[in-house]
Design a protein around this ligand. Structure first.
Ligand code: PAF
Length: 311
């Protein structure tokens, strides 16, 4: 398959490297020429659970790529709309587009910008940390699911899942992708903002009564919003599942804490922020998610502004 991966972050490089290694023709699309040049010269280097060095095609101009079979969107959720706009020359209705991003609302945004009906949602338990341009530590594996929001199963989706499987990324086709996206969202609601605020890794969040209590309340608020929306979550006991993920990924520095440590914009608007936004339409109070959103936004706006000096 000819596959374009948009965004050479941790997940983007991991997927591009593994899919190229299994024989697909892979292009990376970047927005940053300097980084693209580094990756063009040095290739993708993966360490940890996968060990791989491979050269891939990379460009900052979508027209260099031409027609592809599949475009994978792996940018941060706040970059989905500009990234989709950059794809307009190569993303007509005959191309499948798959988002494997955190948060919800990305499928809808890509569909709207590109007017393409073949946009698939996906969730993955793969975890990766970016160590430098094109350099990634593959930290965790697990199942990946892909599917359409309307639940329709097609041969093309099966072919995409097979291409992932051939690359060693075990992938299942789901007819409840919205339920999976919301179930993953609820895990991020419970973990990401709390780690970004406390600087604890995932495992330590459940050791303290204070963080455990806030986590439970944030998760319960999000579950209520999901129920109001008629979403079929895949876990019977979501808070227990969030605690289980904390244990399974105990050493992880969550993606949001990684962003805060690097003083980058976070995905808070697409995680706890989306819960607060959706709750307003149903008139449900979600004070914990509102507070977590407000605190992470305050951290983002106060990068480089020191409140006090120790001198
Ligand atoms: O965003 C993340 O870091 C991950 O989705 C998760 C599951 C919280 C593990 O760190």
């Amino acid at each position: 398959m000819k596959i374009v991966v948009v965004g050479p972050g941790a997940m983007g490089c991991l997927l591009a490297g593994m899919l190229a290694k299994s024989g697909n023709m892979v292009w990376l699309l970047d927005k940053n020429e300097k980084r693209a040049e580094n990756i063009r010269n040095n290739g993708i280097n993966i360490e940890g659970k996968t060990q791989l060095h491979i050269k891939v095609n990379i460009t900052t101009n979508a027209t260099d790529i031409g027609k592809a079979d599949l475009i994978i969107i792996a940018v941060k959720s706040y970059d989905t709309i500009p990234a989709s706009e950059r794809l307009s020359a190569i993303a007509d209705g005959s191309v499948y587009i798959l988002t494997l991003q955190n948060g919800v609302g990305n499928v809808e945004n890509i569909k709207r910008v590109l007017n393409n009906p073949n946009v698939l949602g996906g969730v993955t338990s793969y975890g990766a940390t970016l160590l430098g341009d094109g350099v990634v530590r593959h930290a965790g594996t697990g199942d990946t699911y892909v599917g359409r929001l309307d639940g329709k199963l097609t041969n093309e989706i099966q072919r995409i899942a097979e291409a992932f499987g051939n690359a060693g990324i075990i992938t299942k086709v789901s007819d409840n992708i919205e339920g999976l996206l919301w179930s993953k969202l609820i895990i991020n609601v419970g973990i990401n903002a709390l780690t970004a605020i406390t600087h604890l890794n995932n495992g330590r969040l459940v050791e303290f009564e204070g963080t455990r209590d806030i986590m439970e309340k944030a998760v319960n608020e999000a579950v209520l919003v999901a129920q109001k929306k008629g979403i079929k979550l895949i876990y019977d006991r979501p808070f227990e599942k969030v605690k289980e993920v904390c244990a399974l990924t105990s050493a992880n520095i969550s993606s949001m804490l990684q962003d805060v440590l690097k003083k980058r914009k976070t995905e808070i608007d697409y995680i706890n922020g989306i819960i607060a936004e959706e709750a307003r339409t149903f008139n449900i109070p979600v004070p914990i998610n509102e507070a977590l959103t407000g605190l992470v936004k305050t951290i983002e706006s106060s990068y480089d502004k020191f409140l006090f000096s120790t001198n």
